[in-house]
Design a protein around this ligand. Structure first.
Ligand code: SF4
Ligand code: SF4
Length: 152
């Protein structure tokens, strides 16, 4: 493997801890699964995903419409950091960060591998076309919107 190829496929040659900020950000496959609202069973700690997605998400292209200010506008917006790597097991099984943390590499449909952002949609991994904004459903009814299609 040449030096350039090695740099291009940084996710195979560096650990999560070794990646620079640009590489870390590029790992996100754009599925937006982590933008889904989740409910936790107070007794068992079990987490359930709902089909309700953060109201700031552009559901067509699965992008945050205010990424810069997301932490202010949505205080519980999840920010993945190197310090939180040991907790990545709560993420969807397909999430690039969890995959690398578990030594599973990136899937063929990951945009870094395919070279195309659309491949995550075509593989049926993203939330595209199967969610609704969380601000149109009262919080006490979120339980009615629990889903099973997010692989854990
Ligand atoms: S689940 Fe992982 S890969 Fe998907 S949008 Fe969230 S951080 Fe990115
Ligand atoms: S603020 Fe943006 S990144 Fe955070 S959950 Fe909402 S849509 Fe997703």
């Amino acid at each position: 493997m040449s030096d350039i190829e090695r740099q291009q496929r940084f996710w195979e040659t560096k650990t999560l801890e070794e990646m620079d900020q640009g590489e870390w950000e590029a790992l996100c496959d754009g599925c937006a699964l982590c933008c889904l609202q989740k409910l936790e069973d107070a007794d068992t700690g079990e987490v359930f995903y709902t089909q309700l997605v953060c109201y700031l998400l552009d559901q067509e292209n699965c992008r945050c419409t205010d990424y810069e200010n997301r932490s202010v506008r949505v205080p519980d917006c999840v920010k993945l950091t190197r310090e939180s790597i040991p907790e990545f097991h709560w993420l969807p099984k397909s999430c690039a960060y969890r995959r690398l943390a578990e030594g599973r590499g990136l899937a063929d449909w990951h945009p870094l591998v395919s070279g195309r952002a659309e491949s995550v949609f075509e593989a049926g991994i993203s939330v595209q076309g199967r969610v609704m904004p969380d601000n149109i459903v009262p919080e006490h009814d979120w339980e009615d919107h629990i889903i099973q299609w997010v692989e854990r």
